[in-house]
Design a protein around this ligand. Structure first.
Ligand SMILES: Cc1ncc(COP(=O)(O)O)c(C=O)c1O
Length: 383
């Protein structure tokens, strides 16, 4: 008999009925479908999903159901997860550093597009069938993102010219790709990259079939939903201006912006010290809150008591520690929580679908392992 997991109305209902003593991620497939549709309607090209942001089987299968059939994968394990979700899904292997065994796995999984940013890595791809696409990844010193992606991967434009020539000469389908950096809040970064892509194409004398404009689309961190459509239209306009009649097909590979909003994380308060100035949660930076360490405190948090009621008191900043014995297990200081917050309450972190469960460890026996499916997330309707 098919197992149908229980579907809860919202996190508050689940918390009040079950009073769980471990951290939980609440997943709303409805919100995920809505975001996937927004990307597919607004982005003028192929929308793929960066599996690394959240490879949960329910995320992958819901994206397939929402019409996403191409995925950015970074490892054989991610390829396996995608293949399990869909026998037909197309894979783009855009981790430019691969072992020979990983390349063999990519060939076995029939990867359609491979990114490369160094000649030695291109040489490692010699067994990749010539019917496949190789996208040269380049990097520019642009700002706008939460942190610099160009310091690890991406050829300088002059190197990209040489790589693109080599890809074409070897007989693969040439393409270009870039990633402006995660949580990129300035569409000017994409515009600059797209014009640079055209200069690389011209200098190489190699037309490209496709231009992959990366992930990096911003998620809602402070309560104001980012205007994705403004970014889509800037990308569209810049591609038209730069390439005109030779416009390549566009690809995007959002991770964070695709999946963030469909999950809320609930962590329980284990104890409070110094008159409530210091709070200990049952999740922290070694668990589902790791992204907060790197991205800073989110602008949205709610506190719910064990009856599922929201605490309404005036907010004051707190020091928040995670559950492990490690003193680094601490959120950036100043999380504003209501005055009437008590031990046993739950802190709800909306928008924590990306880089949460995917990066959670089991350090000290803690970490994220439970996902509950809900219709709504804390009374929020998809915008
Ligand atoms: C190649 C590539 N594509 C897409 C992504 C997803 O980026 P984001 O989650 O910022 O959309 C990443 C993130 O590391 C990446 O490395």
């Amino acid at each position: 008999m098919q197992h149908i997991p229980p579907l809860w109305l919202d996190p508050e209902t689940h918390l009040a009925r079950r009073t769980p003593d471990h951290p939980i991620l609440y997943f709303s497939p409805r919100v995920l479908h809505h975001v996937a549709e927004r990307f597919q309607a607004g982005f003028g090209g192929l929308v793929t999903y960066a599996v690394k942001a959240n490879p949960h089987p329910a995320v992958l299968s819901n994206l397939v159901a929402a019409g996403i059939n191409a995925f950015d994968v970074a490892s054989p394990a991610e390829m396996e997860a995608v293949r399990t979700a869909s026998a037909e899904a197309v894979m783009h292997y855009n981790n430019p550093m691969r072992s020979r065994e990983e390349i063999d796995a990519g060939i076995k999984y029939d990867v359609a597009s491979w990114s490369v940013d160094e000649l030695s890595e291109l040489e490692k791809l010699h067994a990749v069938p010539r019917s496949k696409e190789i996208a040269v990844r380049f990097a520019l010193p642009v700002s706008g993102a939460a942190y610099d992606f160009g310091s690890k991967f991406g050829a300088a434009p002059l190197e990209a010219v040489e790589l693109l020539k080599r890809v074409a000469a070897e007989g693969w389908t040439p393409a270009l790709c870039f990633h402006p950096g995660t949580q990129c809040e300035d569409e000017a970064a994409w515009v600059e990259y797209i014009h640079a892509a055209k200069r690389i194409v011209d200098a190489a004398g190699v037309p490209i079939a496709r231009l992959n404009v990366g992930g990096g689309f911003a998620a809602n961190r402070d309560g104001e939903a980012p205007d994705l459509e403004r970014v889509f239209s800037a990308i569209n306009l810049a591609t038209q201006e730069a390439f005109g009649a030779q416009r390549p097909q566009l690809i995007c590979e959002p991770g964070r912006a695709m999946v963030s909003e469909s999950f809320t994380l609930a962590a329980r308060i284990k104890g409070m010290r110094k008159g409530g100035e210091v709070i200990f949660l049952n999740d922290g930076i070694y668990g589902g809150l790791v992204d907060i360490r790197d991205m800073g405190l989110p602008g949205r948090v709610e506190v719910v008591n064990a009856d599922g009621q929201h605490r309404q008191g005036e907010r004051r900043p707190r020091v928040v520690f995670g559950p492990t014995c490690d003193s680094l297990d601490r959120l950036p200081d100043g999380l504003p929580l209501p005055e009437d917050t008590r031990t046993g309450d739950y802190v709800l972190f909306p928008g924590l679908g990306a880089y949460s469960s995917a990066m959670s460890t089991q350090f000290n026996g803690y970490g994220l392992s439970d996902v509950a499916t809900v219709i709504e997330l804390s009374g929020q309707q998809p915008k």
